[in-house]
Design a binder for this molecule. Sequence first.
Ligand SMILES: NC(=O)c1ccc[n+]([C@@H]2O[C@H](COP(=O)([O-])OP(=O)(O)OC[C@H]3O[C@@H](n4cnc5c(N)ncnc54)[C@H](O)[C@@H]3O)[C@@H](O)[C@H]2O)c1
Length: 363
Amino acid sequence: MTGFNEADKVISSGGKILVYIEVHEFLRPRKIALDVRLNPSEKGGNMKVGIIGAGAVGSATAFALIMKGVARKVVLIDANEKKAQAEAMDIAHAAPFAYANKIKAGNYEDLKGAEIVIVTAGANQKPGETRIDLLGRNVKIFESIIPQIAKNAPDTTLIITANPADIMTEVAIKLSGFPKERVIGSGTVLDTSRFRTLLGYHLGVSPQSIHAYVLGEHGDSEVLIWSAGDAGSIHIEDLARMVGKPLTPEVKAEIDDGVRNSAYKIIDGKGATFYGIAGALSRICQAISNNEYAILTVSSHHEDVEGVKGVCLSLPTVIGKRGVHQVIKPHLNEAEAKALRESAQVMKQYSDQALAMIDATAK
Ligand SMILES: NC(=O)c1ccc[n+]([C@@H]2O[C@H](COP(=O)([O-])OP(=O)(O)OC[C@H]3O[C@@H](n4cnc5c(N)ncnc54)[C@H](O)[C@@H]3O)[C@@H](O)[C@H]2O)c1
Protein backbone atom coordinates (compact mmCIF):
# COMPACT_ATOMS: atom_id res chain seq x y z
CA MET A 1 0.00 0.00 0.00
CA THR A 2 1.34 3.40 -0.93
CA GLY A 3 0.65 6.41 1.29
CA PHE A 4 0.93 10.05 0.45
CA ASN A 5 1.02 13.19 2.52
CA GLU A 6 -0.04 16.45 0.97
CA ALA A 7 2.80 18.88 0.24
CA ASP A 8 4.51 19.40 3.58
CA LYS A 9 6.91 22.20 2.65
CA VAL A 10 6.91 24.97 0.07
CA ILE A 11 10.10 27.00 -0.35
CA SER A 12 11.54 29.33 -2.91
CA SER A 13 15.02 28.48 -4.14
CA GLY A 14 16.83 30.17 -7.04
CA GLY A 15 13.53 31.26 -8.56
CA LYS A 16 12.13 27.75 -8.23
CA ILE A 17 9.11 26.96 -6.14
CA LEU A 18 9.63 23.50 -4.77
CA VAL A 19 6.91 21.45 -3.22
CA TYR A 20 8.18 18.53 -1.18
CA ILE A 21 5.93 15.54 -0.99
CA GLU A 22 6.61 12.44 0.98
CA VAL A 23 6.06 9.23 -0.93
CA HIS A 24 6.03 5.80 0.65
CA GLU A 25 7.09 3.53 -2.12
CA PHE A 26 7.31 -0.15 -1.29
CA LEU A 27 7.16 0.92 2.37
CA ARG A 28 10.33 3.04 2.06
CA PRO A 29 9.55 6.73 2.65
CA ARG A 30 11.37 9.25 0.48
CA LYS A 31 10.91 12.90 -0.36
CA ILE A 32 10.35 14.16 -3.87
CA ALA A 33 10.82 17.80 -4.88
CA LEU A 34 8.49 19.04 -7.58
CA ASP A 35 9.16 22.35 -9.33
CA VAL A 36 5.75 23.97 -9.59
CA ARG A 37 6.82 27.36 -11.03
CA LEU A 38 4.61 26.64 -13.98
CA ASN A 39 2.17 23.86 -14.41
CA PRO A 40 3.81 22.01 -17.34
CA SER A 41 0.47 22.10 -19.10
CA GLU A 42 0.63 25.92 -18.92
CA LYS A 43 3.90 26.02 -20.82
CA GLY A 44 2.69 23.53 -23.34
CA GLY A 45 4.21 20.32 -21.96
CA ASN A 46 7.54 19.01 -23.17
CA MET A 47 6.61 15.59 -24.32
CA LYS A 48 6.59 14.03 -27.74
CA VAL A 49 3.62 11.71 -28.11
CA GLY A 50 3.02 9.30 -30.98
CA ILE A 51 -0.51 8.20 -31.83
CA ILE A 52 -1.05 5.15 -34.00
CA GLY A 53 -4.45 5.32 -35.66
CA ALA A 54 -5.81 8.67 -36.82
CA GLY A 55 -9.43 7.56 -36.72
CA ALA A 56 -12.12 8.90 -34.40
CA VAL A 57 -10.23 8.09 -31.16
CA GLY A 58 -6.72 8.94 -32.42
CA SER A 59 -7.64 12.32 -33.87
CA ALA A 60 -9.83 13.33 -30.89
CA THR A 61 -6.94 12.38 -28.59
CA ALA A 62 -4.46 14.41 -30.64
CA PHE A 63 -6.83 17.37 -30.43
CA ALA A 64 -7.15 16.99 -26.63
CA LEU A 65 -3.36 16.74 -26.17
CA ILE A 66 -2.77 19.85 -28.27
CA MET A 67 -5.57 21.98 -26.80
CA LYS A 68 -4.69 21.03 -23.20
CA GLY A 69 -0.99 21.59 -23.90
CA VAL A 70 -0.07 18.16 -22.59
CA ALA A 71 2.37 17.42 -25.44
CA ARG A 72 4.90 19.59 -27.23
CA LYS A 73 4.89 17.41 -30.34
CA VAL A 74 2.31 14.94 -31.59
CA VAL A 75 2.98 12.49 -34.43
CA LEU A 76 -0.06 10.85 -36.04
CA ILE A 77 0.47 7.57 -37.89
CA ASP A 78 -2.20 5.71 -39.84
CA ALA A 79 -2.29 3.07 -42.58
CA ASN A 80 -4.40 5.65 -44.38
CA GLU A 81 -1.70 8.33 -44.76
CA LYS A 82 -4.02 10.81 -46.43
CA LYS A 83 -6.37 10.66 -43.44
CA ALA A 84 -3.49 11.14 -40.96
CA GLN A 85 -2.22 14.14 -42.94
CA ALA A 86 -5.68 15.71 -43.12
CA GLU A 87 -6.31 15.25 -39.39
CA ALA A 88 -2.86 16.66 -38.50
CA MET A 89 -3.39 19.67 -40.75
CA ASP A 90 -6.82 20.40 -39.29
CA ILE A 91 -5.61 20.13 -35.68
CA ALA A 92 -2.47 22.20 -36.45
CA HIS A 93 -4.76 25.09 -37.38
CA ALA A 94 -6.30 24.98 -33.88
CA ALA A 95 -2.93 24.87 -32.05
CA PRO A 96 -2.19 28.64 -32.32
CA PHE A 97 -5.35 29.24 -30.26
CA ALA A 98 -3.85 27.11 -27.48
CA TYR A 99 -0.08 26.61 -27.20
CA ALA A 100 3.03 26.62 -29.36
CA ASN A 101 2.71 22.91 -29.99
CA LYS A 102 3.26 20.95 -33.15
CA ILE A 103 1.40 18.12 -34.77
CA LYS A 104 2.29 16.26 -37.94
CA ALA A 105 1.49 13.05 -39.76
CA GLY A 106 4.45 10.72 -39.94
CA ASN A 107 5.86 7.23 -40.10
CA TYR A 108 7.31 4.90 -37.49
CA GLU A 109 10.78 6.47 -37.69
CA ASP A 110 9.22 9.72 -36.51
CA LEU A 111 8.50 8.04 -33.16
CA LYS A 112 12.18 8.35 -32.17
CA GLY A 113 12.33 10.04 -28.74
CA ALA A 114 8.58 9.77 -28.10
CA GLU A 115 7.94 9.48 -24.35
CA ILE A 116 4.53 7.97 -24.97
CA VAL A 117 2.98 6.09 -27.89
CA ILE A 118 -0.79 5.63 -27.81
CA VAL A 119 -2.21 2.78 -29.88
CA THR A 120 -5.75 3.40 -31.11
CA ALA A 121 -5.40 1.67 -34.49
CA GLY A 122 -7.85 -1.13 -34.94
CA ALA A 123 -11.34 -2.21 -35.77
CA ASN A 124 -14.02 -0.50 -33.71
CA GLN A 125 -17.39 -1.81 -32.53
CA LYS A 126 -20.30 -1.79 -34.91
CA PRO A 127 -23.77 -1.45 -33.35
CA GLY A 128 -24.49 -4.67 -31.44
CA GLU A 129 -20.84 -5.85 -31.36
CA THR A 130 -19.06 -6.36 -28.03
CA ARG A 131 -15.46 -5.29 -27.49
CA ILE A 132 -14.38 -8.94 -27.30
CA ASP A 133 -15.77 -9.48 -30.83
CA LEU A 134 -12.89 -7.33 -32.15
CA LEU A 135 -10.14 -9.55 -30.76
CA GLY A 136 -9.01 -11.56 -33.80
CA ARG A 137 -8.92 -8.52 -36.12
CA ASN A 138 -7.02 -6.35 -33.66
CA VAL A 139 -4.42 -8.99 -32.77
CA LYS A 140 -3.50 -9.10 -36.49
CA ILE A 141 -3.22 -5.31 -36.62
CA PHE A 142 -1.06 -5.26 -33.46
CA GLU A 143 1.29 -7.85 -34.96
CA SER A 144 2.07 -5.34 -37.70
CA ILE A 145 2.24 -2.24 -35.46
CA ILE A 146 3.82 -3.05 -32.09
CA PRO A 147 7.22 -4.38 -33.32
CA GLN A 148 7.67 -1.19 -35.38
CA ILE A 149 6.99 0.98 -32.32
CA ALA A 150 9.39 -1.11 -30.20
CA LYS A 151 12.12 -0.79 -32.84
CA ASN A 152 11.86 2.99 -33.24
CA ALA A 153 10.91 4.05 -29.69
CA PRO A 154 12.39 1.37 -27.40
CA ASP A 155 12.17 3.57 -24.28
CA THR A 156 8.61 4.76 -24.77
CA THR A 157 5.63 4.04 -22.55
CA LEU A 158 2.85 2.35 -24.52
CA ILE A 159 -0.76 3.25 -23.82
CA ILE A 160 -3.18 0.79 -25.39
CA THR A 161 -6.74 1.80 -26.14
CA ALA A 162 -7.79 -0.37 -29.11
CA ASN A 163 -10.42 -2.84 -27.90
CA PRO A 164 -10.69 -5.21 -26.18
CA ALA A 165 -8.28 -2.87 -24.38
CA ASP A 166 -7.20 -5.12 -21.47
CA ILE A 167 -6.45 -8.06 -23.73
CA MET A 168 -4.72 -5.86 -26.30
CA THR A 169 -2.52 -4.58 -23.42
CA GLU A 170 -1.45 -8.17 -22.73
CA VAL A 171 -0.85 -8.64 -26.48
CA ALA A 172 1.25 -5.44 -26.60
CA ILE A 173 3.39 -6.61 -23.64
CA LYS A 174 4.17 -9.80 -25.52
CA LEU A 175 4.80 -8.21 -28.91
CA SER A 176 6.89 -5.29 -27.59
CA GLY A 177 9.02 -7.18 -25.07
CA PHE A 178 8.81 -4.00 -22.91
CA PRO A 179 8.90 -4.15 -19.11
CA LYS A 180 5.33 -4.62 -17.93
CA GLU A 181 5.21 -1.29 -16.06
CA ARG A 182 5.73 0.53 -19.40
CA VAL A 183 2.68 -1.01 -21.10
CA ILE A 184 -0.54 0.52 -19.84
CA GLY A 185 -4.11 0.08 -21.00
CA SER A 186 -6.48 3.03 -20.83
CA GLY A 187 -8.58 0.54 -18.88
CA THR A 188 -11.46 1.87 -16.81
CA VAL A 189 -10.19 5.46 -16.56
CA LEU A 190 -13.09 6.37 -18.87
CA ASP A 191 -15.61 4.15 -17.04
CA THR A 192 -14.53 5.67 -13.71
CA SER A 193 -15.19 9.11 -15.20
CA ARG A 194 -18.63 7.96 -16.38
CA PHE A 195 -19.36 6.63 -12.85
CA ARG A 196 -18.25 9.88 -11.19
CA THR A 197 -20.21 11.96 -13.69
CA LEU A 198 -23.48 10.10 -13.07
CA LEU A 199 -22.92 10.08 -9.30
CA GLY A 200 -22.10 13.79 -9.41
CA TYR A 201 -25.30 14.57 -11.33
CA HIS A 202 -27.34 12.50 -8.87
CA LEU A 203 -25.77 13.98 -5.73
CA GLY A 204 -25.57 17.54 -7.03
CA VAL A 205 -21.78 17.81 -6.58
CA SER A 206 -18.93 18.09 -9.04
CA PRO A 207 -17.72 14.72 -10.40
CA GLN A 208 -14.18 15.93 -9.59
CA SER A 209 -15.09 15.89 -5.89
CA ILE A 210 -16.16 12.25 -5.96
CA HIS A 211 -13.71 9.40 -5.37
CA ALA A 212 -15.36 6.29 -6.70
CA TYR A 213 -13.88 3.65 -8.99
CA VAL A 214 -14.74 1.17 -11.70
CA LEU A 215 -12.37 -1.82 -11.70
CA GLY A 216 -11.79 -4.96 -13.76
CA GLU A 217 -12.40 -5.18 -17.50
CA HIS A 218 -13.00 -2.10 -19.63
CA GLY A 219 -16.17 -3.76 -20.88
CA ASP A 220 -19.17 -5.82 -19.99
CA SER A 221 -17.78 -7.51 -16.83
CA GLU A 222 -16.50 -4.29 -15.22
CA VAL A 223 -17.17 -3.76 -11.51
CA LEU A 224 -18.55 -0.55 -10.01
CA ILE A 225 -17.22 -0.23 -6.46
CA TRP A 226 -20.13 1.10 -4.41
CA SER A 227 -18.70 0.05 -1.04
CA ALA A 228 -15.77 2.50 -1.07
CA GLY A 229 -16.90 5.70 -2.87
CA ASP A 230 -16.63 8.94 -0.93
CA ALA A 231 -17.05 12.68 -1.35
CA GLY A 232 -16.29 15.49 1.08
CA SER A 233 -14.81 12.90 3.46
CA ILE A 234 -18.02 10.89 3.83
CA HIS A 235 -19.25 7.77 2.10
CA ILE A 236 -21.37 8.42 -1.02
CA GLU A 237 -24.30 6.49 0.51
CA ASP A 238 -24.26 8.84 3.55
CA LEU A 239 -23.96 11.92 1.34
CA ALA A 240 -26.85 10.67 -0.80
CA ARG A 241 -29.07 10.29 2.29
CA MET A 242 -27.93 13.69 3.56
CA VAL A 243 -29.01 15.45 0.35
CA GLY A 244 -32.28 13.51 0.24
CA LYS A 245 -31.35 11.41 -2.79
CA PRO A 246 -30.62 7.95 -1.38
CA LEU A 247 -28.78 5.43 -3.53
CA THR A 248 -31.67 2.96 -3.68
CA PRO A 249 -31.24 -0.32 -5.60
CA GLU A 250 -33.17 1.31 -8.50
CA VAL A 251 -30.86 4.35 -8.58
CA LYS A 252 -27.78 2.11 -8.42
CA ALA A 253 -29.12 -0.06 -11.25
CA GLU A 254 -29.73 3.03 -13.38
CA ILE A 255 -26.21 4.38 -12.76
CA ASP A 256 -24.71 0.93 -13.37
CA ASP A 257 -26.51 0.76 -16.71
CA GLY A 258 -25.40 4.30 -17.59
CA VAL A 259 -21.75 3.37 -16.95
CA ARG A 260 -21.67 -0.19 -18.33
CA ASN A 261 -23.79 0.41 -21.43
CA SER A 262 -23.08 4.02 -22.37
CA ALA A 263 -20.65 3.03 -25.16
CA TYR A 264 -23.40 0.96 -26.80
CA LYS A 265 -25.81 3.92 -26.60
CA ILE A 266 -23.24 6.38 -28.00
CA ILE A 267 -22.27 4.01 -30.83
CA ASP A 268 -25.95 3.52 -31.63
CA GLY A 269 -26.44 7.29 -31.83
CA LYS A 270 -23.27 8.46 -33.62
CA GLY A 271 -21.27 5.43 -34.72
CA ALA A 272 -18.30 5.72 -32.32
CA THR A 273 -17.20 7.01 -28.91
CA PHE A 274 -14.22 9.33 -28.92
CA TYR A 275 -14.43 12.49 -26.78
CA GLY A 276 -14.62 10.64 -23.46
CA ILE A 277 -11.67 8.37 -24.24
CA ALA A 278 -9.69 11.32 -25.63
CA GLY A 279 -10.15 13.09 -22.28
CA ALA A 280 -9.09 9.95 -20.42
CA LEU A 281 -5.99 9.44 -22.59
CA SER A 282 -4.83 13.04 -22.24
CA ARG A 283 -5.23 12.73 -18.44
CA ILE A 284 -3.04 9.58 -18.40
CA CYS A 285 -0.41 11.34 -20.57
CA GLN A 286 -0.46 14.35 -18.24
CA ALA A 287 0.11 12.13 -15.19
CA ILE A 288 3.13 10.54 -16.89
CA SER A 289 4.50 13.83 -18.22
CA ASN A 290 4.26 15.58 -14.83
CA ASN A 291 5.42 12.50 -12.91
CA GLU A 292 2.32 13.03 -10.82
CA TYR A 293 2.04 9.79 -8.88
CA ALA A 294 -1.67 10.17 -9.66
CA ILE A 295 -4.03 7.30 -8.89
CA LEU A 296 -5.83 6.28 -12.08
CA THR A 297 -7.66 3.09 -12.95
CA VAL A 298 -5.43 2.15 -15.86
CA SER A 299 -5.09 -1.45 -16.95
CA SER A 300 -1.82 -3.26 -16.32
CA HIS A 301 -0.50 -6.77 -15.87
CA HIS A 302 -1.10 -8.32 -12.43
CA GLU A 303 0.44 -11.51 -11.12
CA ASP A 304 -2.70 -12.32 -9.16
CA VAL A 305 -6.20 -10.85 -9.07
CA GLU A 306 -8.54 -12.63 -6.65
CA GLY A 307 -6.77 -15.91 -7.37
CA VAL A 308 -6.57 -15.45 -11.18
CA LYS A 309 -2.91 -15.51 -12.23
CA GLY A 310 -1.25 -13.28 -14.81
CA VAL A 311 -3.95 -11.00 -16.16
CA CYS A 312 -4.38 -7.39 -17.40
CA LEU A 313 -7.24 -5.37 -15.96
CA SER A 314 -7.82 -2.15 -14.06
CA LEU A 315 -7.06 -1.56 -10.40
CA PRO A 316 -6.26 1.78 -8.71
CA THR A 317 -2.72 2.45 -9.95
CA VAL A 318 -0.08 5.06 -9.12
CA ILE A 319 1.07 6.57 -12.42
CA GLY A 320 4.17 8.66 -13.10
CA LYS A 321 7.26 8.91 -15.29
CA ARG A 322 8.02 5.21 -15.07
CA GLY A 323 4.47 4.27 -16.07
CA VAL A 324 3.05 2.00 -13.37
CA HIS A 325 4.75 2.85 -10.06
CA GLN A 326 2.49 0.94 -7.72
CA VAL A 327 -0.82 -0.91 -7.75
CA ILE A 328 -3.19 -0.47 -4.84
CA LYS A 329 -5.16 -3.45 -3.66
CA PRO A 330 -8.61 -2.08 -2.87
CA HIS A 331 -10.84 -3.15 0.02
CA LEU A 332 -13.86 -4.84 -1.58
CA ASN A 333 -16.99 -6.40 -0.14
CA GLU A 334 -17.74 -10.03 -0.91
CA ALA A 335 -19.96 -9.35 -3.95
CA GLU A 336 -17.40 -6.94 -5.47
CA ALA A 337 -14.51 -9.38 -4.89
CA LYS A 338 -16.55 -12.12 -6.60
CA ALA A 339 -17.40 -9.83 -9.54
CA LEU A 340 -13.73 -8.82 -9.88
CA ARG A 341 -12.68 -12.48 -9.86
CA GLU A 342 -15.21 -13.23 -12.60
CA SER A 343 -14.00 -10.26 -14.63
CA ALA A 344 -10.39 -11.48 -14.23
CA GLN A 345 -11.45 -14.97 -15.36
CA VAL A 346 -13.04 -13.56 -18.53
CA MET A 347 -9.90 -11.51 -19.24
CA LYS A 348 -7.65 -14.51 -18.64
CA GLN A 349 -9.67 -16.73 -20.98
CA TYR A 350 -9.52 -14.26 -23.88
CA SER A 351 -5.89 -13.25 -23.19
CA ASP A 352 -4.86 -16.89 -23.45
CA GLN A 353 -6.69 -17.08 -26.80
CA ALA A 354 -4.99 -13.91 -28.04
CA LEU A 355 -1.51 -15.04 -26.94
CA ALA A 356 -2.10 -18.39 -28.68
CA MET A 357 -2.96 -16.50 -31.91
CA ILE A 358 0.43 -14.72 -31.69
CA ASP A 359 2.25 -18.02 -31.08
CA ALA A 360 0.45 -19.53 -34.10
CA THR A 361 1.59 -16.63 -36.32
CA ALA A 362 5.17 -17.00 -35.08
CA LYS A 363 5.29 -20.72 -36.09
N1 LIG B 1 -10.53 1.81 -24.63
C1 LIG B 1 -11.54 2.66 -24.81
O1 LIG B 1 -12.09 3.20 -23.85
C2 LIG B 1 -12.02 2.91 -26.22
C3 LIG B 1 -12.99 3.89 -26.49
C4 LIG B 1 -13.36 4.09 -27.82
C5 LIG B 1 -12.84 3.30 -28.83
N2 LIG B 1 -11.92 2.35 -28.50
C6 LIG B 1 -11.30 1.49 -29.52
O2 LIG B 1 -10.31 2.23 -30.23
C7 LIG B 1 -10.13 1.64 -31.53
C8 LIG B 1 -10.23 2.73 -32.59
O3 LIG B 1 -11.54 3.24 -32.63
P1 LIG B 1 -11.92 4.40 -33.65
O4 LIG B 1 -13.33 4.75 -33.39
O5 LIG B 1 -10.87 5.44 -33.65
O6 LIG B 1 -11.83 3.60 -35.04
P2 LIG B 1 -11.61 4.24 -36.51
O7 LIG B 1 -12.04 3.20 -37.47
O8 LIG B 1 -12.22 5.58 -36.57
O9 LIG B 1 -10.03 4.42 -36.57
C9 LIG B 1 -9.15 3.35 -36.60
C10 LIG B 1 -7.98 3.79 -37.45
O10 LIG B 1 -6.97 2.77 -37.38
C11 LIG B 1 -6.35 2.76 -38.65
N3 LIG B 1 -5.65 1.49 -38.85
C12 LIG B 1 -6.18 0.26 -39.04
N4 LIG B 1 -5.19 -0.63 -39.19
C13 LIG B 1 -4.02 0.04 -39.09
C14 LIG B 1 -2.67 -0.35 -39.16
N5 LIG B 1 -2.31 -1.63 -39.35
N6 LIG B 1 -1.74 0.60 -39.02
C15 LIG B 1 -2.08 1.89 -38.82
N7 LIG B 1 -3.35 2.31 -38.75
C16 LIG B 1 -4.31 1.39 -38.87
C17 LIG B 1 -7.49 2.96 -39.63
O11 LIG B 1 -7.02 3.41 -40.92
C18 LIG B 1 -8.34 4.00 -38.91
O12 LIG B 1 -8.01 5.32 -39.30
C19 LIG B 1 -11.21 0.57 -31.64
O13 LIG B 1 -10.65 -0.70 -31.31
C20 LIG B 1 -12.24 0.97 -30.60
O14 LIG B 1 -13.03 -0.10 -30.16
C21 LIG B 1 -11.49 2.16 -27.24
